[in-house]
Ligand binder design. Structure first.
Ligand code: ZN
Length: 162
């Protein structure tokens, strides 16, 4: 049985999200984050990543990025929350989503998108509703989300106590 199912999201009311189908223990690998592996050169050249924040673009290493904006990447449906219960993790050219705390059956799975705080931040309003919500989707610390401006890279799960 899969640990998640797709449902209308409580955070993004116009969109979908992933929900835990059973209790999930901290540290559990929940779903792979898949997509097209592209070179940094392709990223730089692609108009797709020019004008908006590359929500689904990850930095894999100094040569390759992963474009997760593909229909078969179910993990792209995971919404951002200011108190996320999941995080991205990875090794080599593989990425996945891992639980960073115990998650109860029926809870929505959330990650921190880690956007930088810049002139565009007002474009992305956060509706996660958590107590510490800052109202916008921005990163909690200096991180590695991608693009020319936003680089995302792999990091261990040490961000629980923010
Ligand atoms: Zn929020």
């Amino acid at each position: 049985m899969k640990l998640y199912r797709i449902k209308k999201s409580n955070i993004d009311r116009k969109g979908r999200g992933l929900y835990a189908t059973k209790d999930i223990k901290e540290g559990t690998r929940i779903i792979d984050y898949v997509g097209k592996i592209i070179t940094k050169k392709q990223t730089e050249k692609s108009e797709k990543f020019d004008n908006s924040k590359p929500i689904y673009l990850f930095n894999l290493n100094n040569k390759y990025d992963l474009d997760g904006d593909v229909s078969w990447n179910t993990a792209r449906l995971i919404n951002h929350s200011c108190i996320n219960n999941c995080d991205y993790n990875g090794s080599g050219l593989k990425l996945w989503v891992v639980a960073i705390k115990d998650i109860k059956k029926g809870e929505e799975l959330t990650c921190d998108y880690g956007f930088g705080y810049d002139e565009d931040y007002k474009q992305f309003i956060c509706k996660c509703g958590s107590k510490n919500c800052c109202g916008y989707i921005v990163r909690a610390e200096s991180r590695w989300r991608i693009n020319k401006k936003f680089r995302m890279s792999l990091k261990k799960n040490n961000r629980i106590n923010r």
